[in-house]
Design a protein around this ligand. Structure first.
Ligand code: SF4
Length: 101
């Protein structure tokens, strides 16, 4: 079973962060999961934390809402900048993104 399948099967808590240095600003992530991603006025994507608040620190981490795991995973797969990182909260192993196994 792949790491992705294991994580999905276990329903483990996931978190997501963006490496803004590589973000192209195309907005694909914000189209896939607007509840999680948003473009800021600098034209780069950032993640949203609790209460829909945009986390404007570079590399900030936000929890992935369980119903949106697939949308966030698709965002990471389609991201042209290869800069969306989705990892397990428990052991910080990347599940989707450029550093996933
Ligand atoms: S999909 Fe990737 S490159 Fe495009 S805006 Fe989102 S984080 Fe940036």
């Amino acid at each position: 079973m792949s790491v992705q399948q294991e994580a999905g099967a276990a329903g483990e808590a996931l978190e997501v962060w963006i490496d803004q240095d590589l973000c192209t600003g195309d907005g694909i992530c914000a189209q896939y999961a607007p509840e999680v991603f948003e473009l800021d006025i600098d034209g780069l994507a950032y993640v949203k934390g609790a209460d829909d608040v945009l986390l404007q620190d570079r590399g900030a981490t936000a929890p992935v809402p369980l119903p949106l795991v697939m949308e966030v995973a698709d965002s990471a797969k389609e991201c042209p900048g290869d800069c969306i990182h989705v990892r397990r909260v428990g052991d910080k192993v990347e599940i989707y993104g450029p550093d996933a196994e």
